[in-house]
Structure formats: C-alpha cells, structure tokens
Design a protein around this ligand. Structure first.
Ligand code: EPU
Length: 427
C-alpha cells in the first residue's frame, strides 16, 4: 500500500486539464445496460470506481472494452445475474445497477452499496421510486431484491432531493409503460448528462435539470455514443488548490456555470478569477478573507467541495463557519487538519475555523475521497512534508492526480508504506 508524500510551500503555476465527471460516469456506465446494442462512452475519467463498474458489467455477461478514456459496452449478452456480494459493495454507485437492471430485466439482486462513509446514506427514496413503478423490493441479508411483472409509469414525489434517487428512478422508468413524473427531482448537471445519454439511446425525457422530470416509457433502447461532461468537483478542487497555494492556475475543459457558487465564494475571499468559455483562471490570494459557506443542492455550494474549502479557510483571516446541510457528519478531515495545526472545531453540522494558521506537515489519513482532496490541499499549503495514507479513497475519484499536480509545480510523490505504518493503519 502506498502513501502520498507532499512537500508544501511551493507556489503553483500552469494549467491543468479536467477529466470527465466521476458522478456522471458512474451512472452512465450502468445506464448502458438498458440498451439492446453497443454504447460507447468517451471522456471517461480514469479512476478505480469506473474499473469496478466495468468489471461488474462483465460479471453479468456484458462485453466491455475499457481503454483509456473510452468504454464500449455491448449489453446484448447481459443477464439478470444476482450481485449480492463482492465488488458491488465497494462503491456507492453500484446502486445504479438496481435501476438499470430493473428497467431492463424487471428484476435485480444487488448488495447494499459501500462508498465514502459520510454518516448515514439511506436509499429509501430510490426504493420508494422503484415501488411506485410496480416493483416489489425486499432487503434480504444485506442485498436488495427487486422484481416486477411489469413496470408502469407513476408520479413520484421525492421527500429528499437526491441525485442518486433521481437518476435511479429515471433508469428504471425509461422502459416502463406510460408516463413517469419525478417531482422535487435533483437538478445537478450530472442528471442532465445521464438524461442526454438515455435520450440518445431513444428514451423520451423532458425537464432534466429542473425539479420536475417527465419520462414517457419506450419499448426498447438502442446503442449510441456519448461524451461525458467535465468534472465540476475535480475542477473545483483545483480552483481551491490554486487559491490556496497558486500564483496563476488555468483550469481547462470546464463548464464555468457549473462552478458559480464556488467562484462567488473564492471572489468573496479575495481571489481574482478570470472566466473564459471553457476555462477558469484562478490567481492566488495574498490576504485571504474568511467567509461562511453552507452546502446546498445544486446550484448551491456543493457538499463535495466543502472539505477542500475548509482546508483553504485555515489560511484565511478571522472566523469562518462551514455548514453541511447535505451530510452532517462529513467532517472526518477536521481531526487530521488539527493534527497539522489548524484551529477548527465541529459543532453540530458546522465546522468553525479560526484563522489564520500556518499548517505543518504531518502524517494524516484520508477517511473518504474529498477528505483526501482536503488533506492534499492542506499539505500543499503546509511547511514541511505531509504523508497521506488512505489513497484508495483518492484513487476512486481523481484521475492522474500526481501528474496533474506536478504539472503545475507541486512536489508530490508516492512511497510504499512500511510494515509498521501498515500495522498502524490497520489497527
Ligand atoms: N438521502 C436520503 N434518502 C435517499 C437518498 C438520499 O435521505 O434515498 C439523503 C442523503 O442521506 C443525503 C441527501 O439525501 O443527506 C443527498 O443525497 P444524494 O442521494 O443526493 O447523494 P448520492 O446520490 O448518494 C451523490 C454523489 C455524492 C455527492 C452527493 C450530493 C454519486 C455516486 N455520489 O451521492 O458524491 O456528495 O450526490 O451531491 O453521484 C463524492 O463525489 O465525493 C460524493 C460522495
């Protein structure tokens, strides 16, 4: 097992190319199950979550070729094989296999998903949707069993605005009989991306990106080619990192409108940000002003950028308050930031950051994907060397992380962990 070594204090400058969106990719790959012929997806991020999903599609009989940023999925030979255990438990997005397999085969057995531990992450709204479409859903020994004689369109009001439930219900509904209406739907750009793929496959979907999505079920779907939108969370991570330790960093291949909430907050802190058609240029901030943020559903400030932003705020003057209204326990990075010298405390669903503090390199551990990103940013700002373990989380979501960081002047490398360190991590 490796750890990431980060030598702090280097000014970052240059440009970084943003990959395809992870949270689109992990839904688009399972969506291909719904087609009757080959689906090709381009601009795929090279991350371990995508590898896992490709293997899961092979497990159910799919012919899958994954090469660099392109995946070709021929679903013609797929079967409704049960997936109660194994890889399916390693990632959160395996829940999309429920909607896609239910939509295609009218049955599925999928182990309850794993993924980042951000506190309770129920899937009751997904299940409510499947049941409304006519499926019988049971939980048997940690696996969800779904069966339906036929799926019929329904009007479904989501009690909680959920990205996963909105996409999963779309997947199950596109081949159902009649009309489905999802009310109080999530509006994230990744939902529009999934709707675009499904529409290109022949589905009839209106309103994706608004809070009411209307779907007219169709008999069958065919293959197509699709290119994934840029990853707004990866782009946002590099924007924060540039504000934290950069001089002038050009973030290339982005959709700037997807990052408006972050851009506004960085400007409030004193950052100079230049927006072009598909590029954002972030200058470093000399004298950072503390700001408060509250995470909200899109287009509000994304919960996925809350952790990286907290690291940045340790270097801002005054007190800043970060409140996560989506995941109130998404604060596992705070103890690690404290280890590096930050003055932060957690009160309920808020982190209170007293700045500014100068961080010191330390041995820290990523408990989840974005905690990893937060600690890398902290490491880049800190004096001395930071040793980050828990890289399996980071590799789930950031393509070519070290290469991209080295490209803008970071001093960062991987080293194998010693026996002693491994024991420490496992205990
Ligand atoms: N929720 C319920 N019931 C449900 C579903 C969700 O109560 O049935 C609650 C959740 O507990 C949470 C809120 O609703 O409090 C929003 O959850 P959502 O369903 O939107 O999250 P998700 O679909 O499980 C996706 C991303 C997350 C991202 C969230 C919020 C994927 C695979 N994951 O999760 O991404 O934080 O939306 O935007 O798309 C990440 O990339 O690091 C990550 C964790």
């Amino acid at each position: 097992m490796d750890k990431l070594m980060i030598e702090g204090g280097h000014r970052l400058e240059g440009s970084v190319q943003i990959s395809g969106a992870k949270n689109s990719a992990v839904a688009l790959v399972p969506a291909a199950i719904l087609a009757d012929s080959s689906v090709t997806i381009d601009n795929l991020p090279v991350i371990s979550d995508v590898d896992l999903l490709a293997d899961l599609l092979r497990e159910i009989g799919g012919d899958v070729t994954l090469k660099d940023q392109t995946i070709k999925i021929n679903p013609a030979t797929m079967m409704a094989m049960p997936l109660p255990n194994g890889r399916v438990k390693k990632l959160r997005a395996s829940y999309y296999l429920m909607g896609a397999m239910l939509g295609k085969f009218k049955k599925a057995v999928i182990g309850l998903p794993g993924g980042c531990n951000l506190g309770p992450r129920p899937i009751d709204q997904h299940i409510k949707g499947f049941e409304a479409l006519g499926a019988k859903v049971t939980n048997e020994q940690g696996a969800i069993y779904l069966r339906a004689d036929e799926l019929r369109g329904a009007r479904i009001y989501l009690d909680v605005v959920s990205v996963g439930a909105t996409i999963n219900i779309m997947l199950a509904a596109v081949r159902a009989k009649g009309q489905t209406i999802i009310e109080n739907a999530a509006k994230e750009p990744e939902i529009i991306d999934v709707a675009t793929l499904l529409t290109n496959m022949g589905a009839r979907i209106k309103g994706a990106g608004t809070n009411v999505i209307r779907i007219e079920g169709v008999e069958s779907l065919s293959g197509c080619r699709h290119s994934i939108i840029p990853d707004r969370i990866e782009a946002g991570t590099y924007m924060i990192l540039a504000a934290a330790a950069g001089q002038r960093v050009l973030i290339d291949n982005v959709i700037p409108i997807h990052l408006e909430s972050l851009t506004a907050k960085l400007r409030e802190m004193g950052a100079e940000i230049d927006i072009k058609d598909d590029q954002i240029i972030v200058g470093g901030i000399r004298d950072k002003r503390g700001v408060d943020i509250k995470t909200l559903v899109y287009p509000g400030f994304p919960t996925d950028l809350q952790q990286p932003f907290t690291s940045l705020l340790t270097s801002a003057n005054g007190t800043s308050i970060v409140t996560d209204t989506i995941y109130d326990a998404r604060f596992k990075h705070i103890d690690e930031l404290r280890r590096m010298g930050a003055n932060v405390k957690v009160e309920g669903r808020s982190a209170i950051i007293n700045g500014k503090t100068e961080l010191q390199g330390a041995k820290v551990r990523a408990s989840d994907l974005r905690a990893g990103a937060a600690l890398i940013i902290a490491g880049l700002m800190a004096r001395g060397v930071t040793e980050l373990s828990g890289l399996e989380h980071v590799d789930r979501g950031y393509e070519h992380l070290e290469e991209k960081l080295m490209g803008i002047g970071a001093v960062i490398w991987r080293e194998q962990m010693s026996e002693e360190e491994l024991e420490e991590v496992e205990s």
